[in-house]
Design a binder for this molecule. Structure first.
Ligand code: CIR
Length: 273
């Protein structure tokens, strides 16, 4: 495991590089057939479409130009595009999703990614890796080992990161119930700040960061997304919203109910760069 160098530390304390673009995919009509453990009821396709539209408008308000992909009925979870790739500078690493029903999503995303990224790498058998398990914090990357991302997949990604001059650490989340992906409970806000759920807060890997701990009962709010000068947050988590306001962040609160029913959050719905 490598630790951040001094220059990497400075980098992550300073301003985040501006983001310019996002890849998104509309929910498919069979969206309700996506994988879930949430037990929150069946998602409504029309409402999911509306929430997705508002999400896309929010990305545009943050200054991003969108590459909006058509719905893909072969893959009910394909709106969660973040899981199909990890973007690192000029390199895109194609993921290898841990859920067999999601394997075919990668080739579809690869078509658009190759338009923007000159260097393409890919996670190979026996590795599995979901993009939702990878949290970029400046030039350091936290890689979750989860039910979806195995150690072989995490090690493969770490070798790519190393070659690209990034540092990394592995965070094993398999013992944390209710956490599908690392980013379900962790987000980087810039400014050397990490948003964490309480189950992750005491990890020594995060000791050199300022932690913004979400309140118990507001765990879903941890999956927020800093984009340029704004932070996208899920609507309905008042303690977290007030915490970010007190830290002077400009927030955009979005209804995420239909995606939450499929264990999805704000970060999962786009690939940003
Ligand atoms: C799944 O279980 O794969 C989807 N229903 C949800 C994926 C959410 N993605 C993410 O957290 N990055």
């Amino acid at each position: 495991m490598t630790q951040p160098s001094d220059s990497a530390r400075k980098d992550r304390v300073g301003k985040l590089s501006p983001m310019q673009r996002a890849i998104v995919r509309k929910p498919a009509p069979n969206f309700r057939d996506g994988i879930t453990t949430a037990n929150l009821g069946e998602p409504n396709y029309e409402l999911a479409g509306q929430q997705h539209q508002v999400y896309c408008e929010a990305l545009e308000r943050c200054g991003l130009e969108l590459s909006s992909l058509d719905e893909d009925v072969r893959h009910p979870d394909s709106t969660f595009v973040e899981d199909a790739a990890v973007l690192v500078g000029k390199c895109a690493v194609l993921a290898r999703p841990g859920a067999p029903s999601r394997a075919g999503e990668v080739a579809n995303i690869a078509k658009v990614i190759t338009q923007f990224f000159p260097d393409i790498e890919a996670i190979q058998v026996p590795g599995t890796l979901d993009g939702g398990d990878v949290c970029e914090a400046g030039s350091h990357f936290f890689i979750g080992i989860s039910e979806r991302t195995n150690e072989a997949g995490a090690r493969q990604l770490s070798r790519f990161l190393n070659a690209l001059g990034r540092s990394f650490s592995f965070i094993d989340i398999r013992g944390i119930s209710g956490l599908l992906h690392l980013k379900s409970g962790l987000a980087y806000l810039g400014d050397n700040r990490l948003v964490v759920i309480s189950a992750l807060a005491s990890l020594k890997d995060f000791a050199s960061y300022e932690l913004v701990q979400v309140a118990d009962g507001e765990e879903y709010a941890a999956n927020c997304v800093r984009i340029n000068d704004e932070v996208l947050i899920a609507r309905g988590y008042p303690v977290f919203e007030a915490t970010l306001a007190a830290l002077d962040y400009k927030t955009i609160a979005l209804d995420m109910s239909e995606f939450q029913k499929l264990d999805g959050g704000l970060s999962c719905l786009s690939l940003r760069f």
